[in-house]
Design a protein around this ligand. Sequence first.
Ligand code: SF4
Length: 347
Amino acid sequence: MRWENLTVESGGHSRAADAALFGADAVVSRTFDTPEFRGITFHEVRARSIINRVPGASRMPFEWTVNPYRGCSHACVYCFARRTHTYLDLDSGLDFDSQIVVKVNAPELLRRQLGSRRWQGEHIAMGTNVDCYQRAEGRYRLMPGILSALRDHANPFSILTKGTLILRDLDLLVQSAQVTDVGISVSVGFTDPELWRTVEPGTPAPERRLDVVRTLADHGLGCGVLMAPVIPFLSDHPAQLRATVRAIAAAGATSVTPLVLHLRPGAREWFMAWLARHHPYLVRRYERLYADGSYAPKWYQRRITRQVHELAREYGIGPTRAGMPRRIQPSEPPEPSMPESTQLTLI
Ligand code: SF4
């Protein structure tokens, strides 16, 4: 790792207060004076635990997660994880995009916890809170160590990402899929370039993400697409849904799962401020559509789901199936018509 152009900052808290907030023994904050990291501060911590149990009340279809980062420079305006930054005494807006916690000991800690007699080898989901292949991963390179540990313990896992950086670890993914169940999903909610630039400003373009799907498929790694979020009045026109599903099918996705935008506290304020700046004429319509809380009405969600499923059938994408990902044999790529079961989560 190169540390030139490095500034070590103390930040607004004492080191002890930072450590307590971050649930770690020590915190070092760094900034890098390179274009891709300008304006971002990394808080390097040595975490005390890395395999986390999802709270029982969660709507998530998995029990264990590994998250080497907190905060996400992909900076999606609607990101539901924004609120979790407030638990660190940081704000859910710009701080979420630019104050990134890096659990620098994640690989070694995971290897140790996977080797513990108490660990039962259950499925581990990654990318479920924030993206593990966000920009920071290019510098910190935590995922190769994490994937190596999972492979060596033949521990089943899934990854959900918008990051093209996942292809850097293609060999490790292929090796893992030879010994255990691996589910990979890429998140592509729409293909409109203007919408992408403003609402997901730090992410690779949707076409680049679909290239990831294509490359994974070429290497025998089935990849589903989480079509999320479908953004009311901005990406839900039938022609837009059709263009997106067609592109997803052309990339060789094994499944497509639509998910309508939800606006929980933390994300809601940030998204609505963005909406007022970019599409002020939609503010009243959103207030009505989300009048009952964080979710769009059931009738709207059902309509989008039905439309996307019909398009998926038309373009020959296999249906999404619930359950754990299947083991993938890289030497025998699946038939295009054969649906792969993937672990699909929210992002
Ligand atoms: S939605 Fe995913 S990729 Fe976007 S900011 Fe949140 S965690 Fe990052």
